[in-house]
Design a protein around this ligand. Structure first.
Ligand SMILES: Nc1ncnc2c1ncn2[C@@H]1O[C@H](COP(=O)(O)OP(=O)(O)OP(=O)(O)O)[C@@H](O)[C@H]1O
Ligand SMILES: [Mg+2]
Length: 399
């Protein structure tokens, strides 16, 4: 068992023999099991219980409400539900009842260890005193939203956004970084991070009218690093179920929950992208090193200028900067009227990292291409410092 599992005092509650037998086998009899909430209450009274795991027979509104007595007894107690099928209404009832999480049955040691780890991280986030010091200046009241866009598909938005999020998670605090896959039809953030989300942004949009912090948190998928992901719809057809208003409301909520919200987008300069840009604190414009990309970027940037979008928010990230069909960087800057702020070289490790499901900043942190992603990270981190000290200033578009 992991350290976390060994350290936690757990009691399992259910009246189903099969579930209790399975749990006893899993924990090799080391975790006590009881049949009723009254028995669980006694265990809580008697010992230092950290975690109560409710079995599937509690997976309904009434069963979950009953668990409230345990929280009244000990507000620090963590209660989680083990359920056969996790649905958004069940999650909502669980969160309303004050539960910390819902785990899918059958239980595994890994799923229990992950849950304990997540509860631990959530607690750290809720207790500001226990947080590590903000490395880039004073703590921010609201998180920073960094939106990654490009004017042409396949430019490298998703690999840039995921490597940036991984770096922020590793160097800052993984529990305070979230990546949102706003490429609603063909989002592949989860593919790149080798995650299999059960719940997605579609659930968040459906629950919008009652979407509070615990419910939204429960819809996120956690990467092994601790980084949180709000996954894109599992099928392109579901994209229609997410309105622009819903998307912006979700981003606003995430900004109040996380210090960094990285938004990956689709290469479509539509209403959704424009409103995402409007809500961004910083926009990373990924530009591939080829002529069609430069042409499209020029048109997209012209549109942003016409819409009076603040130039100070946009930074150009040149991808595949060492590509064979090399264009002159000064020429690109002149044409786009924007300086190149960061550059990522072309490297076969990038497509390989997608197949492997491990971003290069994790699998090959010393590689040249990882250093390229670090230069992007520096832009985001430096701006955090500038923002905190109020020195960012307002840059104007050059005409
Ligand atoms: N620096 C790089 N070196 C080598 N290959 C790269 C690099 N950046 C991106 N790629 C490759 O280009 C392809 C497209 O990258 P990615 O999916 O990140 O682009 P995107 O802009 O998100 O595309 P889409 O518009 O389809 O969402 C991927 O196969 C990726 O491996
Ligand atoms: Mg993409």
């Amino acid at each position: 068992m992991s350290d976390l599992l060994e350290d936690a005092e757990i009691v399992i509650v259910d009246d189903d023999d099969d579930f209790l037998d399975e749990a006893k086998r899993l924990f090799e009899g080391r975790v006590p099991t009881v049949r009723t909430l009254a028995d669980a209450q006694r265990s809580v009274e008697e010992g230092n219980i950290d975690l109560v795991m409710l079995g599937p027979s509690f997976a309904h509104e009434g069963g979950l409400q009953g668990a409230g007595v345990l929280i009244e007894m000990d507000p620090d107690l963590a209660i989680v539900l083990v359920a056969g099928t996790i649905t958004a209404p069940l999650l909502r009832s669980a969160m309303r009842a004050g539960l910390k999480d819902v785990i899918e049955a059958p239980l595994t040691l890994q799923s229990v260890a992950d849950t304990i780890g997540q509860i631990d991280r959530k607690e750290r986030r809720r207790r500001p005193a226990a947080l590590p010091p903000e490395p880039y200046g004073a703590p921010r009241e609201e998180g920073k939203v960094v939106t990654v866009m490009s004017a042409k598909g396949g430019s490298g938005k998703t690999v840039t956004a995921t490597n940036l999020a991984m770096l922020l998670a590793a160097r800052y605090d993984p529990a305070r970084v979230c990546i949102v896959d706003a490429d609603l039809q063909f989002g592949d953030v989860c593919l790149v991070l080798q995650l299999e989300p059960k719940l997605t942004i579609v659930n968040a949009a459906h629950e919008l009218h009652r979407l509070d912090e615990p419910l939204l948190e429960s819809l996120l998928t956690t990467h092994p690093s601790g980084l949180r992901v709000l996954a894109a719809p599992l099928e392109p057809a579901f994209a229609d179920e997410i309105s622009t208003a819903a998307m912006t409301e979700i981003i606003t909520k995430l900004r109040s929950m996380f210090d960094y919200v990285i938004v990956d987008t689709a290469s479509l300069l539509d209403e959704l992208l424009l409103s995402l840009l409007e809500r961004a604190d910083q926009v990373l414009f990924v530009l591939d090193m080829d002529l069609p990309s430069v042409k499209n970027a020029k048109l997209a940037l012209e549109t942003l200028r016409l819409l009076k979008f603040p130039a100070s928010k946009v930074q150009l990230v040149l991808n595949r900067s060492n590509a064979r069909a090399r264009l002159d960087e000064k020429e690109i800057e002149r044409s786009l009227k924007l300086k190149i702020s960061a550059a990522i070289p072309s490297d076969g490790m990038v497509p390989a990292s997608i197949n492997e499901g491990r971003p290069v900043v994790e699998s090959a942190p010393k590689s040249r291409v990882a250093k390229g992603y670090e230069s992007v990270y520096e832009l985001v981190a430096t701006r955090a410092k500038q923002d905190a000290s109020g020195k960012a200033g307002r840059r104007r578009w050059k005409s």
